[in-house]
Design a protein around this ligand. Structure first.
Ligand code: COA
Length: 167
């Protein structure tokens, strides 16, 4: 069974084990420490627990009761206040089981049912086929490619814009 639930401080060990992986980090924004330790994980979990519940929607992803990943949506500032950006990752041993697709559907339902947000978007690197596939399977629309939109590990990257609009 796949669920999303609030983080708990005793998830720090599982989170550090999952995220301490360059293969995952190579697909995320910069700013995470590497190696990623249990102390780093606890810092993140405490940030989530203390965050404004109307701005940040962060959840642990569980698979058969075990924490295997992280998913979050963040409300955007200024004129974008009814828009949220989505991000996620899953521990490498759990890839390809449909876990993220299920988690994306669950968080989108949560955000649309419990907040005034009307647009959820994600911007995977264009090369990140698995993430693009997840978004398509979860009902997101591909809106276009943001050319040369980022530099990751010294390489200029295109990104793809996907969104889901509240019905
Ligand atoms: C992207 C990521 C979250 C996907 O998680 P996941 O739980 O494996 O995703 P799902 O199983 O729900 O779906 C993945 C789909 O992509 C497909 N896929 C994976 N790699 C692929 C590839 N190289 N080419 C084509 N399809 C691919 C899978 O077959 C699956 O599709 P299917 O169900 O039709 O077979 C996971 O790979 C990850 O954590 N990557 C590192 C972090 C990351 O990229 N985060 C997203 C940043 S935008």
């Amino acid at each position: 069974m796949i669920t999303i639930r609030e983080w708990q401080t005793d998830d720090a060990k599982s989170l550090a084990y999952t995220l301490n992986n360059k293969v995952i980090m190579n697909n995320l924004r910069d700013g995470l420490p590497f190696p990623y330790t249990e102390k780093d994980a606890l810092y993140f979990i405490n940030l989530c627990l203390n965050a404004d519940k109307n701005e940040q929607f962060n959840f642990a992803i569980t698979y058969n009761g075990e924490v295997v990943g992280s998913i979050g949506a963040t409300r955007q500032p200024n004129i974008h206040y009814k828009t949220a950006e989505l991000g996620y990752y899953i521990g490498q041993p759990f890839w390809g089981k449909g876990i993220t697709t299920a988690a994306v559907k669950q968080i989108c339902s949560y955000v649309f049912e419990n907040t005034d947000i009307i647009r959820i978007y994600a911007e995977p690197f264009a090369r990140n086929t698995a993430s693009c596939k997840v978004l398509e399977k979860a009902g997101f629309t591909y809106e276009g490619t943001l050319r040369a939109n980022a530099v990751k590990n010294g390489i200029i990257e295109d990104m793809r814009m996907y969104s889901l609009i509240k019905e």
